[in-house]
Design a protein around this ligand. Sequence first.
Ligand code: GLC
Length: 427
Amino acid sequence: MTEKSELIARAQEVMRRNDRGHYTVPTHGLYPFQWNWDSALSALGFSHFDEARAWTEIDTLFAHQWEDGMVPHIIFHEQDDGYFPGPEVWATGRETPTTGITQPPVAGFAMHRLFERAKDKTLAEKHARALLPRVHAWHEWFFRCRDPQGTGLVAVIHPWETGRDNSVDWDAAFERVPTDGVQPFTRRDTQHANPAHRPTDEQYKRYIYLVQLFRSLGWDNSKLHDASPFQMVDPGFNAILARSCHDLADQADTLDEPAIAARSRAFATKATAAMDTLWSDVHGQHLCLDRTTNTLTDSPSIGGILTVFAPIHSTRARALKERIETLSTSCEYLVPSHDPTTPEFDGLRYWRGPVWLIVNYMIADGLERAGQTEMAERIMADCLRLIHESGFAEYYDPITAEGCGGGHFTWTAAMVIEILRTHEVMA
Ligand code: GLC
């Protein structure tokens, strides 16, 4: 076996180990259910060795879509007491329990990519045709429920929606989320992973405060946005949505669905133009907008670099490449989730500094589309160097390469397969 095929085999083994038949868990123990964007990105890994299984992953996710169009962030397929907050805390009243918030809408991008590369075109068309209106309904939901003023950009109402749970980006806004009335609880995450790598107890209380508030409003999405004390316009999240709308438009063209194509293209164009209002010349990247105060958050995180994943202008893409070049002078492995030169940086704590392969993959993909191939390849090579150093971890310290969080991680393994099968990069 070559080194490359051996690495792919090891990655497949991780994915198989976390495969529950019709969905995968992100990792055993810490995350025992189906997570939204984990599934969409993991499907890319499956597509290289089992196309049918790749489609099933996304189909299962959308089988639990809410009637209003939302696709939940977790689907609790099985009972598992090792996770908090479980279904009884969310109390969304779904037959198969789910949470009541969402996650980055990367499924539109993923399904389009699966379709484009499919060897079995009949199978691909069958699944893509069924998924198209569902993914579109999710996008419609976003612009209806999370952009009530029609700005072109959507807000998240809980940090967990961003997928970047404890990013520095939320600190200031999160201060305004109260903790009074939070029912006592016992965290489970710190029993599976090193507490020093996880969000703090204070943050957890605020996470739960928001869940209790939304639950008290009956999970009615026509109310939640305006009622939430946390309304954040995350550039990375919006970039993922814009890219998915853009790709869904292409997919709709291929499947001869002109109405969905036109609407999706309009969403993508408007979002991409609006994203420019989040640009910071000082930081050379995009920033979050706190919608409750209408101010940009002075926090140079990876959320404002992931914007290169959207169909943004090439001058912005070039500036973002330069920004990554600057970051590379203060770390060993690209791309840190927070600027290592800032006092808030913490190379071990989740989204406050560590490198995540899924984000790297999306950044590299965006750079490549914009013609910035050298930097894209450098980022992908760093992903493989991290795997060589520390295996298929959840995330990595960008300076020491220490593998952190959960081990045998599904989407990390999926990204390794994806990179090795589509590029000639080696560590
Ligand atoms: C953590 C991550 C989130 C991910 C989930 C499952 O909550 O922050 O992005 O989806 O774990 O892997």
